[in-house]
Design a protein around this ligand. Structure first.
Ligand SMILES: N[C@@H](CCC(=O)N[C@@H](CS)C(=O)NCC(=O)O)C(=O)O
Length: 338
């Protein structure tokens, strides 16, 4: 990869920095007319084709938000459904521009796959789906039992860590596809199915008798899920990262899909900068200055995306919890547009 040295900090007591040559993802996307977004093959609430033949979901709306920032068109996006194993290759090879597929940000993935995470859109943790009749209160109660799990995920590694570090025994029944793992569990082949809790809520909803199963309250890992891009294009990285921050800032300032036009008349300097009424923040990342206005007008703010797909306004009814804003007792905190 070509590097160009720029004296970014010269005279400011900062070292010279090497900035990788831009891979021009934005140019490619603009030339082609749509964003190619890698998503889950089908996970209720997160990414799924609905009865209307369109993709819907929390991750899907993030893809639509990026398309809105670039094209002011939430439909200027095409979706590539990917399983857990093929997702990173699709990003590395350039088949997709961005991966938004309930993917956990880990050090290995950041440091060895040629990709970089642009933020956390959902703070998750691993748990267990178990038959209600087992009356389990924690995962340690599964000592000596069998657990269905999918390969190629952080899930498989956390499962082993949890039992081994506690001197507990278990048998993992591993499957390449999630559907196989779920069917095996539903058929009684395992005492539990383990995955990210978000995934388990969604899985439970699609089982023949959801009430016969419960998601344990215990979380055995941190699973910060977020969008990933190739690491050789800082401009594109900034676009994906700042679309996410715009969604969070919009919620913090009370800007919604319904009131964004009215809010654009606000004299609050933070709102003026976010909505492109002051400064040239969009231009700094290669977009128009109303980039965030268009995102909010087309898909709403972070809270709206959460609520309609997986939160209170959806059948999943997942609580905001850690995913509330920092001003509301959660840990979502976006840097300022300044
Ligand atoms: N967040 C974890 C797990 C993500 C994941 O892929 N989970 C499995 C859970 S069973 C899944 O959804 N698989 C469905 C598929 O591969 O189509 C990760 O990034 O490794």
């Amino acid at each position: 990869m070509k590097n160009r040295m720029i004296a970014a900090g010269f005279g400011l007591c900062l070292p010279m920095v090497a900035i990788p040559a831009s891979a021009q993802t934005l140019n490619d996307v603009q030339g082609r007319g749509y964003v190619q977004c890698g998503v889950h093959t089908g996970l209720f609430g997160f990414a799924e084709i609905g009865d209307d033949g369109e993709w819907h979901g929390f991750d899907v709306d993030y893809c639509r938000a990026i398309a809105s920032a670039i094209f002011n068109d939430a439909d200027a996006v095409r979706f590539t459904p990917l399983n857990a194993t093929e997702r990173f290759t699709a990003l590395q090879s350039g088949e997709i521009d961005v991966l938004i597929r309930i993917t956990t940000w880990t050090m290995t993935r950041d440091a060895s796959l040629g990709l970089i995470f642009a933020g956390v859109n959902y703070y998750d943790g691993q748990s267990f789906l178990v038959p209600t009749e087992l009356e389990l209160t924690d995962a340690a109660g599964l000592d000596g039992g069998t657990v269905c799990v999918q390969t190629g995920t952080t899930t498989e590694l956390n499962l082993a860590d949890y039992f081994n570090s506690r001197g507990l025994t278990f048998e993992a029944v591993a499957f390449a596809e999630r559907a196989e793992a779920v069917s095996a569990f539903e058929a009684g082949r395992c005492d539990a199915f383990t995955a990210d809790a978000s995934n388990l809520y969604s899985t439970r909803m699609t089982m023949v008798d959801p009430d016969a199963y419960v998601v344990l309250d215990e979380r055995i890992s941190k699973e910060p899920l977020g969008p990933a891009v190739r690491q050789d294009d800082i401009q594109w990285f900034n676009i994906v990262k700042w679309v996410h921050f715009a969604l969070l800032n919009a919620e913090e300032f009370g800007i919604t899909q319904a009131n964004v036009a009215e809010m654009a008349e606000s004299t609050n300097p933070e709102i003026m900068r976010l909505l492109g009424r002051d400064g040239t923040f969009g231009e700094m990342v290669g977009l128009s200055n109303d980039w965030a206005y268009n995102v909010i007008a087309n898909v709403g703010n972070y809270g709206e995306i959460f609520d309609r797909n997986i939160g209170a306004g959806s059948p999943l009814g997942i609580e905001r919890g850690l995913n509330a804003l920092w001003t509301d007792g959660g840990i979502h905190y976006a840097p300022p547009v300044r």
